[in-house]
Design a protein around this ligand. Structure first.
Ligand code: ATP
Ligand code: MG
Length: 433
């Protein structure tokens, strides 16, 4: 027997039923990004390896363990992008988008990380993100957070997520803090787990958000990062908190929140849910004022965030299981009798002209009315439009609501308006919109 070839571990097919939920969520998010004046940018999935090494930082987990690196046919080192910011900055510099102007960009697409696949953690996953270039104040940090809060509100999951916020200070602050942190950690080296021992040399800041309770207990005895913050960072953070208070956004200041990428400074934040186990972060972001310059561009500040679509969709799907169900057919046309098939084809085209927003399907493959009605039920159609010889002779059609069984015969010229009114009501009930 021929062996079946399967997808690569951690890389998922999105089947039609999954895609409809993705499209729903993506449409809500994209509308919000546009509403805030962001423009879309699309960059390649593959970039030169040094771009990520320089941007994300050599000591990070992404660079050390998670990158998909290859050589192309000319032995050039290339990488499947593990995140979207580096490519976005590279493109902005290359095309002159970041010189003497502000820029608000959003992107969406697959990212790749060689991680251990589990619920909410995959080797190919989708991110939708937004980046603002050229603004240094806490007001834009606040607006990005407020915009993400709007995303959760419009998706109806605002009661299922919480915001964690921190300031990691300037790069200078972090250098000073590194020094203290490493000194203290080395004194307690016997308490550290293997991961943390490795991180002392590669990325000690990441030890702050270790999940290991004995390491957290050890950190209680080490001066916190906040003690090292410079005045400008302190001021930036307190103004950000003030703006979030004014916008009625609740947050928890988590002094041990750091990010897995080196390029952040000052503001860092995460939106977290308790509903997805340990993969609970659905969105993370912060400020990265040095990255554009580090990649050879102008010295301009930047701030952004990325939403992990799979995790967000797992959450939306668990709160609204109905959205996960099969994409329902709105109108299913059936016909029986001499010449009725042709009329059905013409009439369905008329309905599609009038009702472009609904899913309208014709029945093909024959059978009597009762067989055709059972096919409509199988497809979870909301309404059946039936055409027999008698209806066609009188320019009429029968509309049947498959939920309550009520049917009526109406003139064909009123059918589109009647169906629109009926469907709009049922959609409101179904999706609670
Ligand atoms: P984590 O701590 O969960 O590994 P991260 O800090 O590596 O996350 P970021 O690099 O900030 O994540 O990516 C932004 C968002 O992308 C995350 O908040 C998460 O929602 C999502 N994400 C990151 N890695 C994965 C993955 N392997 N599979 C699915 N989603 C992911
Ligand atoms: Mg990670």
């Amino acid at each position: 027997m021929t062996k079946i070839i399967q997808a690569i571990r951690g890389m998922n097919d999105l089947l039609p039923d999954d895609v409809s939920l993705y499209q729903h969520v993506e449409a809500v998010l994209i509308k919000i990004f546009l509403n805030y004046g962001f423009s879309e940018i699309r960059t390649p999935i593959i970039e030169c390896t040094p771009l990520f090494k320089r941007a994300i930082g050599e000591g990070t987990d992404i660079i050390n363990k998670e990158m998909y690196n290859f050589h192309d046919r000319h032995s050039k080192e290339i990488t499947l992008r593990p995140e979207g910011t580096a490519g976005c900055v590279r493109a902005g510099i290359e095309h002159g988008l970041l010189y003497n102007q502000e820029q608000r960009l959003w992107y969406m697409g697959p990212m790749f990380r060689y991680e251990r696949p589990q619920k909410g953690r995959y080797r190919q996953f989708y991110q939708i993100g937004s980046e603002v270039f050229g603004l240094k104040g806490p007001d834009i940090d606040a607006e990005i957070i407020i915009m993400t809060a709007r995303c959760w509100r419009l998706l109806g999951i605002d009661n299922h997520v919480r915001l964690e916020l921190n300031s990691i200070g300037s790069i200078e602050t972090r250098k000073n803090y590194h020094h203290t942190l490493v000194k203290m950690l080395k004194k307690n080296i016997n308490i550290l787990d293997n991961d943390s021992k490795r991180r002392i040399y590669s990325n000690p800041m990441r030890i702050l958000d270790s999940k290991n309770p004995s390491i957290q207990a050890l950190l209680d005895n080490i001066p916190p990062l906040v003690d090292y913050l410079d005045d400008a960072s302190r001021e930036h953070f307190s103004e950000l908190c003030h703006l979030l208070d004014l916008a009625d956004i609740s947050y928890h200041v988590n002094q041990r929140l750091v990010r897995g990428l080196d390029y952040y400074n000052n503001t860092v934040f995460e939106w977290i849910t308790n509903s997805l186990g340990s993969q609970g972060t659905i969105c993370s972001g912060g400020r990265y004022d040095c990255l554009v310059k580090l990649l050879g561009g102008p010295d301009i500040p930047a701030v952004g965030c990325a939403i992990g679509l799979e995790r967000l969709i797992l959450l939306v799907g668990s709160v609204y299981p109905l959205l996960k169900t099969k994409k329902i057919v709105d109108i299913y046309l059936i016909s029986s009798g001499q010449g009725t098939k042709h009329s059905m084809l013409t009439f369905s085209e008329h309905l599609r002209d009038q009702l472009p927003e609904f899913k309208i399907m014709n029945h093909f493959g024959g059978g009597n009315f009762s067989a055709q009605f059972s096919k409509a039920n199988k497809l979870s159609a909301r309404f059946v439009v039936a055409l027999g010889e008698n209806e066609i002779a009188h320019h009429q059609c029968i509309i049947k609501d498959l939920c309550n069984g009520i049917q009526k015969t109406i003139s064909q010229c009123h059918a589109a308006d009647t169906l629109r009114a009926l469907l709009t009501n049922t959609l409101e009930e179904k999706y609670k919109i």
